[in-house]
Design a protein around this ligand. Structure first.
Ligand code: ZN
Length: 70
């Protein structure tokens, strides 16, 4: 039998606002992730990878439920 953790009043907030991205394109949420995506954008530009550029721009922009925390 599994016991539930004590209710500290934040359970509802945790379930409504995810702390990490579950979107198709895996959005960059933290500053570290955003810096990594910027590097990948530079690389895609350098090698002329237009599809990669589009994917990484999508990761950096657009709506994401996890960004409501930041
Ligand atoms: Zn997302």
């Amino acid at each position: 039998m599994t016991e539930l953790p004590p209710d500290d009043g934040t359970a509802e907030e945790r379930t409504c606002v995810p702390t990490r991205c579950y979107c198709l394109f895996n959005h960059a949420i933290t500053e570290q992730e955003r810096a990594e995506v910027r590097k990948q954008i530079d690389y895609a530009r350098r090698i002329g990878d237009t599809h990669g550029l589009l994917v990484h721009l999508t990761r950096l922009t657009g709506e994401c439920p996890a960004r409501r925390n930041s």
